[in-house]
Design a protein around this ligand. Structure first.
Ligand code: 13P
Length: 249
């Protein structure tokens, strides 16, 4: 039985004070149990303060750089996350790839740096509308996954969370149907099986992301190969966030 992992991705929203207020207000209402991980990926400037007030909610970074330290103005390192006790970091979000030019090689280096520090990478993949319409989603995702996992051992690969986020469904209100999402997530599990083995494929957690809301999360998470969700807009409002992480009631 795989766990479920539901993570809000706040992107570049909220101030530090708003974030603290939010976490203080919802944290005790999150029905955390050992089978569901409830998280929020906050802007890096808030990580330290928010980490101190979150008890049930797991705090995640939205990005990091792969070098340990150095002249990399504006970046945050894995040791900086480690020092704050952060246990998760989103890497390779489509906004990082498309707006900030991140490559599969950089994302692979980030995954390795995080795993070496026992921080779980939430490695994002997903296709553009054009790729989707061309019918080449699986080839695209296979290339992202293969490059993203290059040089990572089977033992480490099991610890990675994969987030499948079709770009055409992000912030558009267009959710991939549960069937489309399930199909791609199953293919991703097969890709992992082919790179590693059945055991890694059975254990690895795969999230779906793209216009997930309290109203549709159950149908999505009921799918066999979908183990969680990465949620943007609907994670920014307290009631809505609680509706997502407590979707089982
Ligand atoms: P939305 O839930 O706003 O579509 O965003 C999805 C996303 O990009 C999460 O990382």
């Amino acid at each position: 039985m795989r766990k479920q992992i539901i993570v809000g991705n706040w992107k570049m929203f909220k101030t530090n004070s708003q974030a603290i207020e939010f976490i203080k207000s919802v944290d005790s209402k999150v029905k955390a149990d050992e089978n569901i991980i409830a998280g929020i990926a906050v802007p890096s400037i808030m990580l330290s303060d928010v980490q101190k007030v979150a008890k049930n909610i797991v705090i995640s970074a939205q990005n990091c750089y792969f070098e340990q330290e150095g002249a990399f103005t504006g970046e945050i390192s894995v040791p900086m996350l480690q020092d704050l006790g952060i246990k998760y970091a989103v890497i390779g979000h489509s906004e990082r790839r498309d707006i900030f030019g991140e490559t599969d090689e950089m994302i692979n280096n980030k995954a390795k740096a995080l795993l070496a520090a026992s921080i779980t990478p939430i490695l994002c993949c997903g296709e553009s509308l054009k790729t989707y319409e061309d019918g080449t989603t699986i080839d695209w995702v296979k290339s992202q996954i293969t490059k993203g996992f290059e040089g990572i051992s089977a033992d480490d690969a099991k610890k990675v969370v994969i987030a499948y986020e079709p770009i055409w469904a992000i912030g558009t209100g267009k959710v991939a149907t549960p069937e489309i999402a399930q199909n791609v997530c199953k293919e991703i599990r097969d890709i992992i099986k082919n790179i590693y083995n059945q055991n890694v494929a059975d254990e690895i957690l795969i999230q779906y992301g793209g216009s997930v809301k309290p109203e549709n999360i159950k149908d999505i998470l009921d799918q066999t190969d979908i183990d969680g969700a990465l949620v943007g807009g609907a994670s920014l409002i307290e009631d809505s966030y609680l509706g997502l992480v407590n979707y089982k009631g």
